[in-house]
Structure formats: C-alpha cells, structure tokens
Design a protein around this ligand. Structure first.
Ligand code: ZN
Length: 258
C-alpha cells in the first residue's frame, strides 16, 4: 500500500511534526458503520467525515490555522439497524465515555478546543457536549455535516435524501473516483408508519430501518453524479475550513469560549 502523507491528519504526522506545529484545535470525525442502500459501502459515513475533515483542516492550515484531525470514530448509533448483517451499534453510554476520554486526554496536553465532525444522523451529541464543556472548561463545537450549506444543497441536488440518497451517493462517487455507482441501488423509498398519528410533524419515534426502508436507504440516488459530489465536497470544505480557522484563532474569554 502506498501511503500519501496528509499534513492535517494525525495518522500521517510524527511527534517532531507536532512539536514544530502544536495544534490549537483538534478535529474528531465521527461516523457509523452501516448498510447504505445496496450500492454504497458500510464505511460511507466514516469516509465522508474523515475526508471532509482532513481537506477542510488542510485548507484552514494553509491560511494560518493550527489544526489536526484525529483518526475517525468508526461506529455510531445504529440501534434500529441491528437486524442488518455486521452493522455495529455504538450505544450512547459508550459514546459518552469515549468522548470524555478524548476531552480528558486533550485537556491534559493543554489543548482546549475540539471540533466534532459528525456524518451520521443517528448520532446525538448535544447533551454529552453540554456536560463535558461544563466539566472540563473546553470549547467543543459540533458540526453535523449534512446540516451545513442547506441553500447550496437544494441548488445542487434534485432530492438530496437522508441516507444513501442523491447527496450521499454523489459525494461517495466523487470521493471514490467512480468506484461506486447506482447500478445496484433501490429507489430508497419509505413505508410510512402504520400508526398514522406518528407520521405528523413534531412527533418522533425511531424508524425500524429495515421495515421502514426496505432498500436500506432513504432517498432516491438515481440522479447522483460525481460532478455534483465534487461541487458539494468543495463547498462543504470551504465552509468548514472557515470554522476551523475561527476556532483555531479563538482566545479564551471570547464568547462562547469562556
Ligand atoms: Zn451515510
């Protein structure tokens, strides 16, 4: 395997690299390992979170930020997909302990700023972050990638979808240089809940995925292209790199970094 060194990824940096350029902010990509319709790999969320984080951090570092990207957390909350082969569910209990260990380690090294780059809709971090930020007096910023640049998303995609749909498939087509296509994909349709009042706005209960989405995807990927994925990836990284630069520059005392 030929390894390409990437300046923003901790995987690829040595201790001397870090001593020469100590990071002011650390970025933790967090995905999930799960089926994505019939055409995208289980690693889709991990690949997206990691690739976007590494590219965004490289862009930010190029304009003066001092950031580094940790290895991605590969597992997410997939409690409603345990009937799908080799889908791994990370419980909230484990996520709390894992994130606390990361924050505790960084705090011990004098690093007080962490950006969490989440790519999986089933992961919920807000209550965990509220508790940790209060306990450790660090700045923890949550980025839900799929919620960023909503205007551009509606401009680029006909129907983005929320799991292995047009948006995610386009992004994976671009990131994999065409390795994945929509050949084997189902249309990602949803079977509504049989209990009718649960289909209304403001009312929520988790979807039993295999029953609600028989293709194991949500949203039709048919209109996906690598070109759309490239446009989306570049816009996403440009937006995220600005956040990384701002957090890298942030000084203690600036609201909300108290
Ligand atoms: Zn995904």
């Amino acid at each position: 395997m030929i390894m390409k060194k990437r300046s923003s990824s901790l995987y690829d940096l040595t201790y001397s690299d870090l001593k020469a350029n100590p990071p002011k902010v650390v970025i933790l990509p967090w995905g999930a390992t799960e089926a994505h319709n019939q055409h995208l790999p289980y690693g889709s969320d991990v690949i997206q979170a990691y690739e976007v984080a590494v590219e965004s951090a490289a862009m930010a570092n190029g304009s003066g930020a001092e950031s580094v990207v940790l290895p991605p957390v590969p597992f997410g909350n997939n409690a409603q997909q345990l009937d799908q082969f080799v889908t791994i569910h990370l419980s909230t209990k484990t996520a709390i302990v894992l994130l606390e260990d990361v924050v505790k380690s960084l705090t011990a090294q004098g690093i007080g700023k962490l950006i969490l780059v989440n790519s999986h809709g089933g992961n919920e971090f807000k209550p965990i972050i509220r508790d940790l930020q209060n306990q450790y007096r660090v700045l923890i910023v949550l980025i839900d990638l799929y919620k960023m640049i909503p205007d551009l998303i509606s401009e680029i995609f006909d129907v983005p979808g929320d799991h292995a749909g047009e948006l995610e498939t386009s992004l994976m087509m671009y990131l994999s240089s065409g390795k994945f296509s929509t050949n084997k994909a189902g249309d990602g349709g949803r079977i509504p809940f049989a209990i009718d009042s649960l289909n209304k706005s403001g009312i929520w209960t988790p979807r039993p995925w295999t029953k609600s989405h028989p293709d194991l995807g949500s949203g039709n990927p048919a209109a996906a292209t690598a070109e759309k994925g490239e446009k989306y990836f570049n816009a996403l990284c440009s937006e995220l790199s600005k956040v990384i630069t701002d957090i890298s520059d942030a000084e203690k005392g600036e609201i909300p970094y108290l």
